[in-house]
Design a protein around this ligand. Structure first.
Ligand SMILES: [Fe+2]
Ligand SMILES: [Fe+2]
Length: 137
């Protein structure tokens, strides 16, 4: 296997771990959120992260790799500010991962799919930034 392909597989495995990280935190956080609108948005994000985990696993398999994910430890967050910050950090990480993956990718179709994932993470980031701004004002 060539070096770029092996590196791309490694980056995509980072991405699966990041997607699981979000998926692992979200149910606990949704249970803590009282605002119905924000709860719905988090549910939608959760549905998309699950899709991302599957898509990136498929990409790894198509590249001839093996999907391996680390399950992160779940640290309790005690208020909405902390919850939103934890997810914003996750979205920032995801954006960085898909940016690096797209840069490493030589297949135009796969690159396009990775940039699409990046766009979805940016949309999550935007939703969470708005929710955080509402909290402060
Ligand atoms: Fe995601
Ligand atoms: Fe996301």
């Amino acid at each position: 296997m060539d070096k770029d392909r092996a590196e791309l597989i490694d980056i995509l495995n980072e991405s699966i771990s990041a997607e699981y990280g979000a998926l692992f935190m979200l149910p606990q956080h949704m249970a803590q959120v009282k605002d119905a609108d924000l709860k719905k948005k988090l549910q939608e994000i959760s549905r998309m992260e699950l899709e991302h985990a599957e898509k990136t696993a498929q990409m790894i398999l198509a590249l001839g790799g093996q999907p391996v994910a680390d399950i992160p430890s779940l640290r309790p967050r005690n208020n909405l500010q902390e919850i939103l910050e934890a997810h914003l950090e996750g979205e920032r990480q995801a954006i960085d991962i898909y940016t690096r993956a797209a840069a490493k990718c030589r297949d135009p179709k796969l690159k396009e799919a990775l940039l699409e994932l990046k766009k979805e993470e940016e949309e999550h980031q935007r939703i969470l930034e708005i929710a955080k701004a509402r909290l402060i004002t």
